[in-house]
Design a protein. Structure first.
Length: 493
């Protein structure tokens, strides 16, 4: 028998929710948040919007989400009701519309159908301070919702949306798009993207982002008694052709066995890798049985394989639980990575009030469920035959999604972040076959803290004090044997 060792570092931290900041004390719906990239001196500022009854409120942040100031109110005077707005910055020149032009698009209607419905676009050419009506891409008398914009691979402006205007054809609701070649002034005919003609299913709430490989990914919900508003995704090579219209797509599921239902959103994040990272949020987190997960309202999900495979749950800055029965708490939540690349800004509805907060990006979930993957083989830590008896064999095995390949890490101490050195050992029998695996976690939090203090000292102080590096190293090693807490240690330095 022999043992082969492989080490990885794991960082765990209990969930300490960030400080929440209220935008304003008014009944609010449907948050949107973007980073300006084509607005000259205003580029890199953040804009946020949300609906109030009959209007939209626009906020601006010049300090990367630390604070927000209201800069505009867009009043809708033609229709009685507003809903489901979208905030978008035009990234390229399109006809007479210059890059940097802002669109605020809102679903408007005059009550229960049959009644006039429309999607209306307002535009701003001064960074969001003033707005004017621009165009109405689509009208109806039943239901038009949730506009979403992107530029396809031919450089055309595409508006995707949910429509209830085809019930007579058997479509309770479907997702469609229109294309504009003049920057949104005029629009071509409607094209179905996701449409199930059973008079039951309701695909809707599309959000779309482009991937580094040039393809596009759409995340959406399918409501109705079969899919219960679960979140799905599908991809397109060109931004307009999404495959068979009656395909439901792929449901987004986490390693923990959970999935989102209702009001999903997707964001692409540049993390320095070739794929980047996709972030998905949803209103309700459900387990495999369809019930609410204990992590409901606490997490978002990330994926670095362009959406394929399982997603990982990460701790959200704001705790915003929801039962999915209304359009307020956790409905269509927004995320943007801060400029430092280490923190995430969350904009979320809590009980019909809009909040923002800043938290660590990719923060592991307290008492989360994970899979341990070998960097050598790509296989996971598994219990043979999913046995539950004491002494059952542990082995590496191809991922199959079974619960015996999912591992829960519990937090048992004071909530302070912990760093572990995880040593995974493959155990071989006399015939050189793997007969088991052993994983040992060694808490190296103290060592990491001292190492960071030493580096800080060397970088910022030692060149002035002329302190020999050997003395600093010896002092660091001495501190490892002491009982000084973090604050005391820093004072000594």
């Amino acid at each position: 028998m022999k043992i082969l060792f492989s080490s990885i570092f794991l960082f765990f931290s209990t969930v300490l929710f960030a400080q929440e900041k209220l935008f304003e004390d008014v009944t609010s719906f449907y948050p949107r948040m973007i980073r300006l990239e084509h607005n000259g001196n205003s580029s890199n500022n953040l804009l946020a919007s949300f609906d109030v009854i009959g209007a939209g409120h626009i906020y601006k942040s010049t300090n990367d989400g630390e604070s927000w100031n209201k800069i505009a109110t867009i009043n809708e005077n033609e229709f009685q009701n507003t809903c489901c707005s979208e905030l978008y910055e035009i990234p390229v020149n399109l006809g007479s519309i210059n890059a940097g032009t802002l669109f605020w698009t809102v679903s408007v209607h005059n009550g229960a159908p049959p009644a006039a419905h429309a999607l209306k676009i307002y535009k701003s050419i001064d960074g969001g301070t003033t707005w004017e009506y621009f165009s109405t891409p689509v009208t109806g008398n039943t239901g038009l919702w949730e506009a979403e914009f992107h530029i396809d691979n031919l450089g055309r402006l595409v508006m995707s949306y949910a429509t209830e205007e085809h019930k007579a054809k058997g479509y309770n609701q479907l997702i469609a798009h229109k294309i504009s070649t003049d920057g949104g002034a005029t629009w071509n005919n409607e094209t179905y993207d996701i449409a199930i003609d059973d008079n039951i299913q309701r695909p809707g709430m599309p959000t779309i982002t482009q991937l580094p490989n040039g393809s596009f990914i759409m995340v959406y919900e399918i409501c109705g008694e079969t899919y219960n508003c679960d979140a799905f995704y599908r991809t397109s090579n060109d931004g307009v052709n999404w495959g068979s219209i009656n395909s439901i797509g792929t449901r987004i599921e986490s390693v923990s066995g959970n999935h989102f239902s209702h009001a999903p959103t997707i964001t692409w994040i540049d993390n320095g890798t070739s794929n980047g990272e996709l972030l998905v949020a949803g209103q309700v987190l459900r387990n495999g049985n369809g019930g609410n997960s204990p992590q409901n309202g606490k997490v978002y999900m990330v994926n670095n394989t362009n959406g394929s495979g399982l997603w990982a749950e990460r701790a959200a800055p704001i705790f915003a639980p929801s039962d999915g029965l209304g359009p307020c708490s956790a409905y269509s939540t927004q995320y943007i990575l801060r400029s430092n690349g280490k923190e995430i800004i969350q904009m979320v509805n809590k009980e019909c009030r809009m909040y923002s907060a800043i938290g660590q990006f990719n923060k592991p979930v307290e008492n989360g469920v994970y899979r341990l993957v070998s960097k050598n083989s790509g296989k996971v830590l598994d219990v043979d035959a999913c046995a539950v008896a004491d002494g059952a064999n542990v082995q590496q095995w191809p991922w199959n999604g079974a619960d015996c390949q999912r591992w829960e890490f519990e937090f048992l101490e004071d909530g302070k972040p912990k760093t572990f050195d995880c040593v995974v050992s493959c155990v071989y029998d006399e015939r050189e076959r793997v007969c088991g695996m052993v994983a040992v976690l060694h808490d190296i939090t103290r060592e990491k803290e001292i190492s960071q203090m030493k580096n800080d000292f060397v970088n910022h102080v030692s060149h002035e004090l002329k302190t020999p590096l050997a003395s600093i190293t010896a002092y660091s090693e001495m501190l490892l044997d002491g009982e000084a807490n973090n604050e005391q240690t820093r004072k000594e330095f």
